[in-house]
Design a protein around this ligand. Structure first.
Ligand code: ATP
Length: 243
């Protein structure tokens, strides 16, 4: 079916003891789009992400990927199907090179070391770390670590990639390069869902976005429409979001 979303989230809820972090969220991500998630601190973005990627079991609801119910699948099984994620806090192995760091994930999903090495080389070039392939994890800047984190996630050849604050903690001058890189990944056929606090980044990149507040979607639509909403501006800027 042409219109079937690549990822479909239906009635997804999560409670932590007495806290209802997510309240019945519905969301459909279309193949080839960049979908943004925005919301104040504690809105439930990370909880939603963790349930999409399989790091957290939902209290209720269903996650469907490529038409298959994956709600009970572990992260590595989802990755094998083509659903990968990055982490906001990047933790490369400090004493391994860039190449070795990416190999750790890639070798699990390849038939041979040679095939893994070829894929790793390609993704390291795509993320712009070609000249750093022999640098150690601990020698990288924050922007370079974000690129390494991307290469690590990409090494499983995902169809859908969940990006957790790719520009978070990165200096201003490195942001345009990361924005270009995300666009390039989409051009290479990767569908992207991104948690992003930087409004200009989300405006530049996202085709559609959801604004979450207190575990519920306040609105879903184009960044232009959502960011023009008075309620969004009040909630977000009141929260200190970095526009
Ligand atoms: P931020 O922008 O600050 O990362 P967020 O939108 O990602 O926020 P979540 O981290 O998903 O929000 O948190 C949603 C709610 O669930 C918050 O009230 C948070 O305190 C609570 N929460 C999240 N994880 C847990 C947990 N493991 N145990 C208890 N409460 C949790």
């Amino acid at each position: 079916m042409v219109d079937q979303p690549i990822l479909d989230v239906a009635g997804l809820s999560k409670s932590f003891g007495g806290i209802q972090a997510l309240k019945g969220v519905d969301l459909g991500v279309r193949a080839g789009e960049i979908f943004g998630l925005l919301g104040p601190n504690g809105a439930g973005k990370t909880t939603l992400f963790n349930m999409m990627a399989g790091y957290l079991p939902p209290s209720a609801g269903r996650v469907t990927f490529l038409g298959k119910n994956i709600t009970a699948l572990k992260p590595h099984r989802r990755a094998a199907m083509g659903l990968a994620r990055t982490f906001q806090i990047t933790q490369p192995f400090p004493e391994l090179t860039v190449e070795e760091n990416v190999m750790v994930g890639a070798s699990r999903s390849r038939p041979s070391i040679r095939a893994a090495r070829a894929a790793v080389g390609e993704w390291i070039d795509v993320v712009g770390l070609g000249e750093k392939r022999h640098a150690l994890g601990r020698e990288l800047s924050t922007g370079q670590r974000k690129r390494l984190e991307l290469a690590r996630a990409l090494s499983t050849d995902p169809k859908l990639l969940l990006l957790d604050e790719i520009t978070g903690g990165v200096d201003q001058k490195s942001i345009p390069g990361l924005v270009d890189l995300v666009r390039r990944l989409r051009d290479l056929g990767v569908t992207l869902v991104m948690i992003e606090h930087n409004m200009s980044v989300i405006s530049d990149l996202a085709d559609r976005m959801m604004f979450l507040n207190r575990g519920e979607p306040l609105a879903t639509g184009t960044p232009k429409d959502i960011l023009a909403m008075e309620e969004v501006a009040d909630l977000y800027l009141g929260d200190g979001g970095d526009a």
